[in-house]
Design a protein around this ligand. Structure first.
Ligand code: AHG
Ligand code: MN
Ligand code: MN
Ligand code: MN
Length: 324
């Protein structure tokens, strides 16, 4: 089986970027080990702290954030870092070529139940006309990402990653400590009979989105040609991994009862990297209005509605939302 570095070389990824990716993946290997040890490595449970998102931080949120941050600061390849668990950007190495953003631990509510969790990361080129301390380093559209990926800590530890070419899947060989290529090109089927949405938010959705889900629930007893199945993981990384593996639609729509904070998922370190992986696996990724990767970001912790997965199902959903 092919190892990661030769795959990146084959995709003509430059050496500086390869070294940076290697740093991120080494940190993820360490997170994977600690996740695997569970209660034995004292990583379960909560802290008393809150992040800027207003969420209580789990021990593993903090540990994963610290591991990634420390290794990136040492690497010399990163100018600026942004994380779900950091209030502000962190200035790293002046003059370094890249900036990195990550969700160190996605699916925090699954930590203590031994459910799926993961790390999501994205890399952009640093801007020379902006200081390393400025969050304006990250005011770049998702189309500017030079690498996007996640490491999923499930029964196996998997890496899904794209550097602009195909979205590839690697499996961490824990006996040798290396990531081996196990799917050359992920390819999301255009059609699907599976949807992922948190149904407990049903009464908070827009009329258009509620109508869409009502029709999925009716399936072939209503207007749709088939019967639909539903899955919800509680970790976007796990839900989108299923969509990348066998198709489906993943939705986290706006909450119309919360005008101040209508969306839940974060553009920079959740929506954009997963949208790039989905698009490079022949899927589609949108908000309730526009292509996710085309959004001009307003700030690092910005949130957006997310609808992504099988192309014709995403298009169908957008029609209910009157997006042409
Ligand atoms: P995080 O654990 O990084 O804060 O992200 C959780 C996100 C995402 O992974 C998931 O899809 C969603 O929140 C789950 O939301 P619900 O609690 O509404 O199911
Ligand atoms: Mn969180
Ligand atoms: Mn997350
Ligand atoms: Mn998180």
């Amino acid at each position: 089986m092919k190892r990661l570095i030769p795959c990146l070389e084959q995709d003509n990824v430059d050496i500086e970027l390869i070294l940076l990716i290697k740093t991120i993946l080494t940190a993820c290997k360490e997170i994977s080990f600690r996740v695997g040890q569970g209660a034995l490595s004292n990583v379960l449970g909560s802290t008393l702290d809150e992040n800027i998102q207003g969420e209580t931080q789990k021990k593993l949120d903090i540990i994963s954030n610290q591991l990634l941050k420390d290794m990136l600061l040492e690497s010399g390849k990163v100018r600026t870092i942004a994380s779900e668990e950091e209030d502000y950007v962190v200035a790293a190495t002046e003059g370094a070529p890249y900036i990195v953003a990550f969700d160190p631990l996605d699916g925090s509510s699954n930590i203590d139940i031994n459910g799926q969790i993961g790390t999501i990361f994205t890399i952009y080129r640093a801007k020379d006309d902006v200081s390393a301390e400025s969050e304006l380093q990250f005011s770049q559209k998702g189309t500017e990402q030079v690498c996007a990926g996640y490491v999923l800590y499930g029964p196996s530890t998997l890496l899904a990653m794209t550097t602009g070419g195909p979205s590839r899947l690697y499996t961490l060989d824990k006996t040798q400590g290396c990531y081996l290529l196990t799917t050359e090109q992920m390819d999301i089927p255009t059609e699907t009979q599976e949807f992922a949405v948190n149904m407990s938010n049903y009464h908070q959705w827009s009329a258009g989105f509620t109508h869409y889900i009502n029709d999925l629930l009716l399936g072939n007893e209503g207007t749709r040609a088939k019967k639909y199945n539903m899955r919800w993981n509680g970790a976007m990384v796990g839900d989108v991994h299923r969509v990348l593996s066998r198709g489906g639609i993943f939705c986290y729509p706006n909450n119309t009862k919360s005008p101040q904070q209508p969306a839940k998922l974060r553009l920079l370190y959740e929506a954009n990297p997963l949208a790039m992986l989905v698009e490079n696996a022949n899927g589609k990724a949108s908000t309730e209005q526009e292509r996710i990767l085309a959004i001009e970001p307003s700030h690092i912790h910005q949130r957006v509605a997310v609808i992504m997965g099988s192309t014709s199902e995403v298009d169908e959903c957008l029609e209910y939302l009157n997006v042409k």
